[in-house]
Design a binder for this molecule. Structure first.
Ligand SMILES: C[S@@+](CC[C@H](N)C(=O)[O-])C[C@H]1O[C@@H](n2cnc3c(N)ncnc32)[C@H](O)[C@@H]1O
Length: 321
């Protein structure tokens, strides 16, 4: 029975204009820079009206249920919960990825890892590519979309993250082409007998130093998963472990590509060269001019009598700056 039959006409409390203005005020008060834009995006998410159509229909009433939905999202955003977790999506390399608080929100600078992988595989389209710490799966999906013959393996230690990655692979029609495995760094490769077989290992590992974790903006510090951020005392624990593990699985001339944090590139390169399993062939800068991706090619290895693939490099733990 409709509310009219009962004499209860549900009158809209807010117009779009009023709801938008209230949302913008709340977000501004919470210290959000692009308050007007974000308010419009939150309304768009609930009302399915673009910011332009919101202006065109500014005096239209908003039903109470939708009003409440917008107000709930605004209140959550005002606690500094990232907009992407509220909307459930983030664009990366021209494609949309589902995101939840179990995964890092993909960052534009990580596209450098995708670009370099594609460049390296131009002559070898059926390459074996391993994405370590896949999170949402954004790197694995982007690579597999551009290299349809590549064999791509996506690894993560977090089963919650892998659930998000699997949903994204399915969403992009790549579930049959990308294998997702739970495990610690390259440990799962043992099952594949891929010793000296892998063409590219790419990784955006956790790289925030312990003390820096406290200085991150609240969106990151309070909401993104710690396992995706914390890289140990100096932020380079995972880089060191990958430098140690990767020579076993990379073929000669294969590459290890790792994203690094501000000020880490020189130290990671020194450690790679010191192991003598790697030659640094490039350091890629992001749009802010920061050294962001270190590119290593596997060499023949240390020239010692024991120089074979069971003689692994010794990469010291702890800061080496
Ligand atoms: C910085 S996030 C990167 C996520 C995604 N690749 C991206 O670029 O958006 C790091 C990811 O590494 C995973 N991770 C952390 N330690 C790991 C480990 N020891 N082995 C495998 N994955 C790990 C985290 O769960 C997280 O998903």
């Amino acid at each position: 029975m409709s509310t009219q039959h009962l004499g209860m006409v549900a009158s809209p409390v807010y117009t779009i204009r009023l709801l938008l203005a209230e949302a913008e005020r709340s977000l501004k008060a919470a210290g959000i820079d692009q308050a007007a834009l974000e308010a419009a995006w939150l309304l768009e998410h609930v009302l399915h009206l673009s910011p332009l159509m919101q202006r065109v229909n500014a005096e239209r009433g908003v039903p109470a249920v939708e009003c409440a939905s917008v107000q709930t999202l605004v209140a959550r955003r005002a606690t500094r919960e990232p907009l992407q977790y509220l909307l459930g999506t983030q664009e990366f390399c021209g494609q949309e990825f589902g995101v939840t608080p179990s995964v890092l929100i993909p960052r534009p600078e990580s596209a450098l890892l995708v670009q370099e992988t594609i460049r390296r595989c131009r002559q070898n389209p059926a390459a074996i590519v391993v994405d370590v710490g896949t999170g949402s799966g954004c790197l694995a999906v982007s690579v597999a979309s551009i290299l349809p013959q590549a064999r791509v393996l996506a690894i993560d230690v977090s089963s919650d993250a892998l659930a998000v990655a699997r949903a994204n692979l399915a969403q992009h029609g790549l579930a049959a082409r990308i294998e997702c495995v739970r495990g610690d760094l390259l440990a799962p490769l043992g099952m594949y007998a891929w010793e000296s077989q892998v063409d590219v290992i790419l990784s955006n590992p956790p790289y925030i130093a312990e003390l820096d974790l406290l200085t991150l903006q609240p969106e990151v510090r309070c909401f993104e998963p710690r396992v995706a951020l914390a890289g140990g005392h100096d932020g380079m624990d995972v880089h060191r472990r990958l430098l140690q593990q990767a020579p076993t699985y990379l073929k000669a001339g294969g590459v290890l590509l790792m994203e690094v944090g501000f000020g880490q590139a020189a130290s990671v390169c020194r450690q790679a060269e010191a192991s003598r399993w790697f030659r640094t062939y490039d350091v890629l800068r992001d749009e802010g001019g920061i050294d962001r991706v270190v590119c290593f090619e596997k060499t023949e290895g240390p020239q010692t009598p024991q120089n074979d693939h069971t003689h692994m490099p010794s990469v010291t733990s702890g800061s080496s700056s």
